[in-house]
Design a protein around this ligand. Structure first.
Ligand code: HEC
Ligand code: HEC
Length: 251
């Protein structure tokens, strides 16, 4: 067991496989596809979507998007998400440095009414697929900055982030979100570094309650979403607060 937790500190492929395997019982949505996505670091589109499973793999904004075209469009996002995606208000997530595959995927979910938020539904409604890819690579190219971790919370948050909570079958966050919270662009796992802790807590609650996405297949709305629905349910409110504070301070 000691060996396994040591592995989980580093987001190697073995750690990813271990983390997804730990969830396999609760997550029947083809964990092999996640491992395949992690393996094909240079070809994120190579992971095949199971015909009966979640929607097809996200198009690759890294090859299709233009940072320059995205910059022109992004000014309409700054009012809420802050200059260059570093939001000031904790209710608006930071987008700076977020991975482009994840940004594009979430914008399509807002546009399709699957992730529901009155402000974002209105914003995403007018975006073309090209706009989405351009905006995604623009925000991915920005440098995240933000608040620090709460000194009374970050130690507990760090322990959970790096080692998980074996008693409650919670895998280490680091396995998928990376040692500096940078996420995993090839696999489409979001970055968490510098993210507003209030926003992180809200999202963990919405996964836990099953409301992050709507519709008949809410927990499999994205190829990877079942993992977070499973993990968040196992977290206590205190653990959510602590780990949210920790990631807010990560760079
Ligand atoms: C009027 C305020 C507002 C504007 C303008 C706005 N957003 Fe948002 N955005 C939000 C809110 C609020 C959320 C959080 C929604 C939630 O809690 O589910 C959000 C969430 C997002 C997310 C999901 C982030 C994550 O980490 O999952 C993305 C991506 C996003 N917005 C992109 C954009 C883009 C691109 C634009 C400009 C075209 C834009 N937003 C304009 C308010 C806004
Ligand atoms: C097995 C991989 C994996 C592990 C382990 C994992 N996550 Fe995630 N996480 C994901 C994926 C994939 C998503 C995107 C899910 C989706 O499509 O909605 C995500 C999304 C999130 C989000 C939403 C981000 C946003 O911008 O809205 C938060 C917050 C989060 N995870 C926190 C955590 C925390 C805290 C832990 C540890 C307790 C953790 N995750 C462990 C894979 C993982």
């Amino acid at each position: 067991m000691a060996k396994r937790s040591a592995l989980l500190i580093v987001p190697t492929l073995a750690a990813l496989v271990a983390a997804t395997a730990a969830l396999a019982a609760a997550a029947p949505a083809a964990p092999a596809a996640h491992a395949a996505a992690a393996q094909t670091a240079t070809a994120p589109q190579a992971a095949p979507a199971a015909s009966s499973g979640p929607p097809a793999v996200t198009p690759d904004p890294y090859s299709d998007g233009s940072v320059q075209a995205g910059a022109a469009k992004a000014t309409m996002c700054f009012a809420c998400h802050g200059p260059d995606g570093n939001s000031v208000s904790p209710v608006f997530p930071r987008l700076a440095g977020q991975n482009a595959v994840y940004i594009a995927e979430q914008l399509r979910l807002f546009r399709g009414g699957i992730r529901q938020n009155p402000m974002m539904t209105a914003m995403a409604a007018g975006l073309s697929d090209e706009d989405i890819d351009n905006l995604a690579v623009f925000f991915a190219a920005q440098t995240p900055s933000g608040l620090e971790a709460d000194p009374t919370l970050w130690k507990a948050g760090q322990a959970l982030y790096l080692s998980g909570d074996r008693k409650h079958d919670v895998p280490a966050c680091v396995a998928c979100h990376g040692p500096t919270g940078q996420g995993n662009p090839a696999a489409g796992y979001p970055a968490l570094r510098a993210q507003q802790s209030a926003y992180v807590v809200t999202q963990l609650q919405s996964y836990a309650s099953g409301t992050r996405y709507s519709g008949p297949n809410a927990t499999t709305a994205t190829p990877n979403s079942i993992m977070m629905f499973t993990i968040a349910k196992r977290l206590s409110p205190a653990q959510m607060q602590a780990v949210a504070s920790y990631v807010q301070g990560l760079r």
